[in-house]
Write a new protein. Sequence first.
Length: 280
Amino acid sequence: MKSNFFTSLVTGTILLTLISLGVEMAFGGQFSGPYLGWFLLSNALVVSILGLIIRNSSLAGIKLSLLIFSIYFLIGHFNLLIEAYLFEVTNAQDTALITIQGLLITLLSSPLLVLIFGKWSGDDEKLVFPSRTKAAWTWRIVLGDLLYVFFYLLAGFILYSVYPQLMDFYQEKIPPFSLMINTQFFRALVLIGAAVLISRTTKLPLLQRALIIAAFFAIIGGLAPLIVPENDHMPDYIRFGHAFEVGASNCLFGFFLTLLIGQKIGVKKVENEIKTQPIL
């Protein structure tokens, strides 16, 4: 049974906060009371966008939990830590430790969020898409990859031009240009994979899917993790600059990427998995 979205949002935010604090303290972290409000706001943003995806998903139960775990961990932890390690914001040991923490947080919270937002039980629905050739998929993925790098560089150039203090922080930390670009091509593929998973399991018109994926990339992949103060790896003035930069570029990328790869859909109820035939 579906509960009120606001009630689910509040419950999910409290639950995610408790899980996050518990995992962090289990690894030797300390709780800082003055920043609890920011931490709650960050988790509320995460739960709100994940809740929208859950409520509008064609999946339910374990399958939906696996989807939420995959996109939340890959975009909200794995992809961010690649960038942090590349620019020497975190060292190898810190990166591995934070990755494990993120894995535990997403693994524990994903099925509970599915339950809280009322999608643990019920039948899956089969979303029917028009056929698309491998060549059509390939050029869209390649173009999407290039699109991400374009927005990434554009946002970076704008931020550095209006916020030159960042150069003081990143002095001697900026990797070779070729390594930075090649890494962004890989990170773009992770984002594209997440967008495909969301787009092909969300029961909404294409434009609404584009808005949800844009918000998901902006919040999970930038705003939520960067607005929490008392970050040992990044000063406040760096975090807020990057929150705007990454949030804006990810939002634009997610929107246009979804329009690029998305298709109109129909819905077919899956009543019995034994009788369900794959749609070729």
